[in-house]
Design a protein around this ligand. Structure first.
Ligand SMILES: [Zn+2]
Length: 383
């Protein structure tokens, strides 16, 4: 990943960090520092189209199915996703001797076991604990205020530290945090149903990865301030090569392309290059669209249309990192009739347009998928 920081600067960043980093993407789970936009306040998330009807209820918080969050793009305040998290929790932890076993959380056999919680929105506050629904299938929108009591469908926990646990957490519930959307994206890398059965192994795999890779707990203050000001000032650019606050799971630009492919419902065309041998057709296409294309794919699109050529999968796969487009999985599994060539050309048009590509959030997805792939590999290697 491109970064303009050297090691000393990263250390400076890390002095500022708190403990609630997402174990999957390394970025802090938090709200942005803006008095107007605090996703823990019901007024913010109830302002999103899908939850508008909740406003009338005047409830401080409501419980919704977790899918509503995981599948949701927050059009009004897109960065709300970064405050919505789950936790792998360990009720009543018994901490290890930290100065000797810095990476070990020892649990009392039989009494402590990690479980995956539901979703809540959180605000960063190092010394405070968080309250989260226990049920992984639900999400809490908004927040209870005042002295209202939580019933036993909620659990209070302290956000665990990726490196080592502070001694004051001894005997308290601790939880490793993941963004709700990062957890859903992780399901494309490795089935989370499998990970859920071995959460302790997952936590070890994640912590091992981040201890060896220093880009966790990073913050891009310029971006944060820019977003908190709703983009009214000049954008200073990206500290870490891309916008780390873009939602890595929901990329509206890709969704648009996929929805369009679904609607078009074109017939599947088998590879066909009229009377020209395939080798010759690909040589001609290579000229208008080389493997490392930087220009728009308009000429390629026109050429294929004019000559009615359909190239086989391998032609496209060397030109498009399809593993990045997780949305294609459901298309492959569905019965939709898809014009794959047109779909791939649309995605290539998005990738080749640097400005569109950077603002789409895809580079952040690529960054996060890189971490997830490494964490998966640690997970599979961990005994
Ligand atoms: Zn994350």
């Amino acid at each position: 990943m491109a970064t303009s920081l050297d090691d000393t600067e990263i250390d400076d960043y890390k002095e500022e960090i708190e403990d609630n980093n997402c174990l999957l993407c390394g970025v802090l789970c938090e709200i942005f520092y803006s008095k107007l936009v605090r996703p823990t306040r019901p007024t913010v998330l109830f302002g999103e189209e899908k939850w508008k009807h909740r406003r009338k209820a005047k409830a401080e918080h409501v419980i919704v199915p977790s899918k509503e969050v995981e599948e949701g793009y927050f059009a009004k305040y897109p960065f709300s996703w970064s405050a919505m998290c789950r936790a792998s929790e360990c009720p009543k932890s018994l901490l290890g001797l930290q100065y000797i076993l810095t990476d070990t959380v020892i649990k009392q056999p039989g009494t402590t076991k990690y479980f995956l919680s539901g979703i809540t929105t959180i605000e960063s506050a190092q010394l405070f604990s968080y309250v989260i629904p226990k049920d992984p299938n639900v999400a809490r929108i908004g927040r209870k205020t005042g002295n209202l009591q939580y019933d036993d469908t909620f659990i209070r926990f302290h956000a665990a530290n990726i490196e080592r646990q502070p001694s004051e957490f001894q005997g308290k519930n601790i939880g490793f945090i993941v963004h709700a959307h990062c957890w859903a994206l992780f399901d494309y890398i490795i089935p989370t149903a499998l990970v859920e059965k071995k959460l302790e192994k997952f936590i070890r795999a994640g912590r091992k990865y981040w201890r060896n890779n220093r880009l966790w707990g990073i913050q891009d203050w310029e971006q944060k301030l820019w977003k908190a000001g709703h983009g009214r000032t000049h954008n200073q650019g990206f500290e870490f090569g891309c916008d780390i606050y873009k939602n890595p799971l929901i990329v509206p630009e890709v969704q648009k392309v996929v929805d369009n492919a679904r609607k078009t419902k074109k017939e599947y065309k088998p590879p066909r290059c009229s009377h020209v041998p395939l080798e010759v057709a690909t040589m001609i296409a290579e000229w208008t669209c080389p493997v490392d294309y930087t220009a728009d794919v308009k000429n390629t699109r026109n050429m294929l249309l004019a000559w009615q050529w359909t190239f086989p999968d391998w032609f496209w796969k060397v030109r498009l990192k399809e593993e990045l487009f997780v949305e294609l999985n459901s298309l492959r599994e569905s019965n939709y009739s898809i014009d794959w060539q047109a779909l791939r050309l649309d995605l290539m048009a998005l990738v080749s347009d640097q400005e569109r590509y950077l603002s789409s959030g895809l580079p952040n997805r690529e960054r996060v998928i890189g971490f997830m792939t490494a964490i998966k590999s640690n997970f599979l290697k961990t005994a």
